[in-house]
Design a protein around this ligand. Structure first.
Ligand code: ADP
Length: 256
């Protein structure tokens, strides 16, 4: 059949920290509508890749195209406003704020602060605010967080906090959703819920997903395509069932 176009195209990305080449010429292409898994041992560059794509660390070489548009070096809020949302490996929720307010903040990344948007905001008035609020409430229901919507996030178990982060990312209505170890610290039941919600975001909300995971079994279950990183380089890519038997991959995991 006809292959979907690439929604994200990272070409020859370079990023070092001191003498460490965290990303050493990484090329990764993500097809629209796919779930791409990025795996690799600790320190292989997975989180750095997320930080580079989302503008937290500008790359020192290479190019990033989103929907054909060059987004290399754009600030995080610009990239977010173009339709890329992420979650963080170590939770980055706002402590002291409720689940609902955390998710509402996710929606507002798309409303860029500034004179024009302030004027528009005034002009649209309540109607817009009510619509945002309603859509955010729908996401909270969708992720089965309605029972804790007024709870301060830091009081929730880690599995639910991770789910709030997913809700906040989805509130931005992203076309590309980048999940950095969404199952870290979860028990088996929480992992199964999270897997279900990731599939729903893909199947029902139409998100293209990049899933960063340390554990091969999780990505095996969710991803159509895998990229394996080791020491800042792509050492293998393709369908997950082929990756499992690849000697380079096995060596990286045993050595890592
Ligand atoms: P992974 O997510 O696969 O565990 P990382 O991207 O976190 O790997 O790290 C890749 C390499 O880059 C590691 O050697 C790590 O120590 C280094 N690194 C990542 N971020 C920073 C940073 N902000 N400062 C210094 N070194 C960093």
């Amino acid at each position: 059949g006809v292959q979907a176009p690439y929604v994200l195209d990272c070409v020859e990305i370079q990023r070092s920290f001191g003498g460490i080449k965290a990303l050493d010429g990484v090329t990764i292409r993500v097809r629209a509508g796919s779930i791409l898994g990025v795996v690799g041992p600790n320190g292989s560059g997975k989180t750095t890749l997320v930080n580079v794509i989302t503008g937290f660390y500008p790359p020192q070489g290479g190019r990033i195209l989103f929907d054909g548009q060059d987004v290399t070096g754009l600030r995080p809020h610009r990239i977010a406003s173009l339709g890329i949302a992420r979650t963080f490996q170590n939770l980055a929720l706002f402590r002291g704020m409720s689940v609902l307010d955390n998710v509402l903040l996710g929606r507002h990344v798309r409303l860029r602060p500034g004179v024009l948007s302030t004027a528009l905001y005034w002009w649209w008035g309540q109607g817009t605010e009510v619509r945002h609020r309603r859509e955010v409430e729908e996401i909270i229901d969708y992720l089965q967080l309605e029972g804790v919507r007024q709870e301060p996030v830091e009081l929730l178990p880690i599995g639910l906090q991770k789910r709030v982060e997913l809700a906040r990312a989805l509130a931005a209505k992203p076309r590309l959703l980048i999940l950095d170890e969404p199952m870290a610290g979860m028990n088996q039941e929480e992992k199964e819920y999270m897997a279900r919600f990731i599939l729903d975001a893909h199947d029902e909300l139409g998100c293209t997903v990049v899933l960063i995971e340390h554990h091969m079994d999780v990505v095996m279950a969710l991803c159509e395509e895998l990229v394996v990183l080791d020491h800042g380089s792509v050492i293998a890519e393709g369908p997950p069932e082929l990756m499992r038997a690849d000697p380079k991959v096995i060596t990286a995991y045993v050595a890592g």
